[in-house]
Design a protein around this ligand. Structure first.
Ligand code: SF4
Length: 145
């Protein structure tokens, strides 16, 4: 089954995505915006949409290496997302710190702070890889309902 067919099946309950920028250079965030806005990838046609409040979210996408500057705010926002939530690390920065991993200002990898369910490697990952990662997150989310 193709990724799109899987997403159509999985999105029957219209999960909402929320994004936390944990110190990203914005490269990954631009790719996430592409999955929301560009007709070629638009995830809303699959019944999935980005939301503006962590309290409404089902799946959280975290970009960036988790800098010390945003750690407290990111932790507070993460706690506001209701369970069952699924956590996705987008890009190599949250997975390993990426090019920032030896910086004094970086806390990565984020799985030391948040329980990560899906990793999407890349710097930045391309939209098809992000959609594939969201499909995996949806499978996990449905198992937790
Ligand atoms: S993974 Fe690459 S594109 Fe994404 S935030 Fe890190 S440096 Fe930027």
């Amino acid at each position: 089954m193709t990724v799109l067919a899987r997403l159509k099946n999985l999105a029957a309950r219209s999960p909402w995505l929320y994004r936390i920028n944990a110190g990203s250079c914005n490269g990954c965030d631009v790719e996430l915006a592409t999955t929301a806005l560009i007709p070629r990838y638009d995830v809303e046609r699959l019944g999935i949409q980005y939301c503006g409040s962590p309290r409404h979210a089902d799946i959280v996408l975290i970009t960036g290496p988790l800098t010390k500057h945003v750690l407290e705010a990111a932790t507070r926002i993460y706690a506001e997302i209701p369970d069952p939530k699924v956590t996705v690390a987008v890009g190599v920065c949250p997975i390993s710190g990426g090019i920032y991993r030896e910086s004094y200002a970086v806390c990565a990898p984020i799985d030391q702070y948040f329980p990560v369910d899906v990793n999407i490697p890349g710097c930045p990952p391309r939209p098809p890889a992000i959609i594939e990662g969201v499909a995996k997150a949806l499978e996990i989310w449905r198992q937790r309902l």
